[in-house]
Design a protein around this ligand. Structure first.
Ligand code: CA2
Length: 145
């Protein structure tokens, strides 16, 4: 069995499915986890699926992925727009990185148009709701081979 694909989610995504369904959909983060797990299993991978509201904890998990992951999917949420710390950690991770977003930040407010995380990602999947995560897992598996 290859090393797992890490799937990390940033701040407030624990609230998924409880508010703003017109933007983020009705799936909960647990629903998203199940969808990612099913897609990864079909591709021969396990996943490590985690969410944190804390920037430093996300940095710790990205550093952990350097040793323990085949590839990394990250929805950095608002930290994507602000965090040089996440960018620095991702630049050092040494495994393929796929950025994902439920919504399409490029079609939203101007402050969402810039992503530090994009500077360290091979690619970006955005705008497809929970399916963005599944597609990102598939892309990550393809990059990991
Ligand atoms: O579209 C995405 O996945 C985002 O990463 C979500 C972030 C936002 O800051 C990014 O610009 C785009 C916000 C996550 C907040 O998630 C919530 C979900 C349900 C209810 C409240 C917040």
């Amino acid at each position: 069995m290859p090393k797992p694909i890490y799937v990390l989610s940033g701040p407030n995504l624990n609230l998924l499915g409880t508010r703003e369904p017109e933007i983020y959909g009705r799936d909960t983060l647990e629903d998203v986890r199940k969808r990612c797990e099913a897609r990864a299993t079909s591709l021969g991978y396990e996943i490590v699926f985690r969410q944190s509201n804390h920037e430093g904890e996300l940095v710790d998990w990205i550093q952990e992925a350097r040793e323990k992951a085949s590839a990394l999917v990250i929805n950095p949420a608002a930290y994507g727009h602000t965090s040089v710390a996440l960018l620095d950690a991702l630049k050092a991770v040494g495994v393929p990185v796929v950025e994902c977003h439920l919504s399409n930040p490029a079609a939203r407010e101007a402050f969402r148009h810039h992503s530090y995380v994009s500077l360290a990602a091979t690619g970006l999947v955005s705008g497809f709701g929970a399916a963005s995560y599944e597609l990102a897992v598939e892309a990550a598996a393809g990059l990991a081979r």
